[in-house]
Design a binder for this molecule. Structure first.
Ligand SMILES: [Zn+2]
Ligand SMILES: [Zn+2]
Length: 150
């Protein structure tokens, strides 16, 4: 399949995140760079174990507790954000306002750019009386889970 449609923007997001890491006075350790890169390339949100799983083959010395600590540090500095879910916390980049589309079966979480729902929000706000902000959670079943549900 040629070039991954998200690769260019993933690269830009990693660069932006690393610039901000430096701007907030954090050292750009290899671990932090790898974690940011993994989250950008995932085009979604990952649990610590997922991040570790994607890195461990190429970086066997990187252990899960380091990945976890790194995620917490990055979240504290505002570069990524935590999505508390039943089960395990998932982490995503915090560089773009977005909503979340979450599979109720496996917890797979994708980003929905806030701009994609911009037209819809005023109508929802009118209907609900709520002032809505990025961070809405849309729930459904991913292709794998809807197949398995039969
Ligand atoms: Zn998110
Ligand atoms: Zn699923």
């Amino acid at each position: 399949m040629g070039v991954h449609p998200h690769s260019a923007s993933a690269e830009a997001r990693v660069r932006g995140a690393i610039d901000r890491l430096r701007a907030t006075g954090h050292r750009r350790t290899i671990g932090r760079r790898l974690v940011l890169q993994t989250l950008a390339e995932a085009d979604g949100h990952l649990a610590a174990a997922d991040v570790h799983g994607r890195l461990v083959d190429a970086h066997p010395t990187l252990n899960l507790s380091t990945v976890h600590r790194t995620l917490v540090t990055l979240a504290d500095s505002g570069l990524i954000h935590v999505l508390a879910q039943p089960g395990q916390a998932r982490y995503g980049l915090a560089d773009q306002p977005h909503h979340h589309a979450v599979c109720a079966g496996c917890g797979r979480t994708s980003e929905v750019p806030a701009a994609d729902l911009a037209d819809l929000l005023p109508r929802l706000e009118e209907a609900t009386g709520l002032v809505l902000a990025p961070g809405l959670t849309l729930t459904g079943y991913c292709p794998d889970c809807s197949t398995n549900r039969g």
